[in-house]
Design a protein around this ligand. Structure first.
Ligand code: SF4
Length: 323
């Protein structure tokens, strides 16, 4: 999308989305003539109107133009005269025509589903759209797959089984209303810095509390009101323990549970792992984890401000697949 009022001396400003990570920050690219006489991305800046980042970009997004101008990138079409020979440059139009003829011949002989596209989650939004259009609209195959599914299959299945839909249920707008942030298995400060800054804004402006669960002492943990440094692989025991506390202390909402969940009868709130055992299992002991506290503070913080307004900012850390 071309940004309004954006053309000056051959330069175009294009609104797009950063292709690096799932935060999906909006950015504006200044596209103009590069030193080699080709149109290229000259600069990337944050899109002030984008609801994910409101103008902020992390180092990765902000250096998009440098990455695109880095040496060694493919800047034209190459073709191997024979499979075992080195690729040689050919005009782009010729490469497109040859590819189209080859695809046409395969479709004519074997049908459209003989062709499959495997694309990348790191492609730009526009490139993803074009690849899908090529596959489904022109070749007419439904065989298009992406490394994004490999990356997110575990998380997607978990979301579907536990929440009924294959995407995270939260909204970035929750950040601006939350009283407690519970970050588990994610080092947002390094991995999703724009969301981290948004969370920090809320902590500073409204005094929201931050609980971090991680075996590592991360940059995110350094800013936590409560850091639960559990043993690796014991996150489920901790979550069951917290659920047990919330339930036995009467902080769950029976009406909501009855109306909107299945298989959540009282007996399902993990009774099997006694409290002492849970502490030993996770490596968290009351006095060591939270000096001066007898009751784990995570349960207290999470119920400190009824009605609870909590955001789960972790991107996908709790699935065990993502940082
Ligand atoms: S957090 Fe950084 S890498 Fe991720 S989308 Fe935003 S600018 Fe891009």
């Amino acid at each position: 999308m071309v940004a309004p009022g954006s053309r000056s001396e051959g330069m175009t400003r294009v609104r797009t989305v950063c292709s690096y990570c799932g935060v999906g920050c909006g950015m504006v690219l200044d596209v103009g003539m590069g030193p080699d006489g080709r149109r290229t991305v000259l600069k990337a800046s944050g899109d002030r109107e984008h609801p994910a980042n409101y103008g902020r970009l992390c180092t990765k997004g902000a250096t998009t133009a440098d990455m695109l101008a880095a040496p060694g990138r493919l800047t034209g079409a190459l073709r191997r005269p024979r499979r075992e020979e080195a690729p040689v440059p050919v005009p782009v139009d010729e490469a497109i025509a040859r590819t189209a003829h080859r695809l046409r011949a395969i479709v004519d002989e074997h049908g459209p589903d003989a062709i499959a596209l495997y694309v990348s989650g790191q492609m730009s939004l526009e490139a993803q759209y074009l690849a899908n259009k090529l596959a489904k609209g022109f070749i007419r195959t439904n065989q298009i797959e992406s490394n994004s599914r490999l990356c997110m299959a575990g998380a997607g299945t978990g979301y579907k089984l536990s929440l009924g839909a294959d995407g995270p249920p939260g909204s970035y707008q929750d950040f601006d209303k939350a009283d407690v942030f519970f970050v588990i298995g994610s080092n947002m400060a390094d991995c999703h810095p724009i969301l981290y800054l948004r969370m920090r804004d809320r902590m500073k402006s409204a005094g929201a509390k931050l609980i971090v669960v991680d075996p590592r002492r991360t940059a995110t943990a350094a800013k936590a009101d409560l850091f639960l440094q559990i043993k690796p692989g014991t996150d489920l025991a901790l979550l069951n323990g917290l659920l047990h506390l919330l339930h036995t202390d009467g902080h769950t909402d029976p009406e909501f549970i009855a109306t909107h969940t299945v298989a959540a009868e009282a007996g399902d709130v993990h009774p099997r792992l006694p409290r002492l055992q849970r502490r030993r299992h996770t490596g968290l002991r009351h006095r060591r984890a939270v000096p001066g506290q007898h009751r784990p503070r995570s349960g207290r913080l999470a119920t400190a401000a009824p009605p609870l307004r909590a955001a789960r900012p972790a991107h996908a850390g709790a699935d065990g697949l993502h940082p």
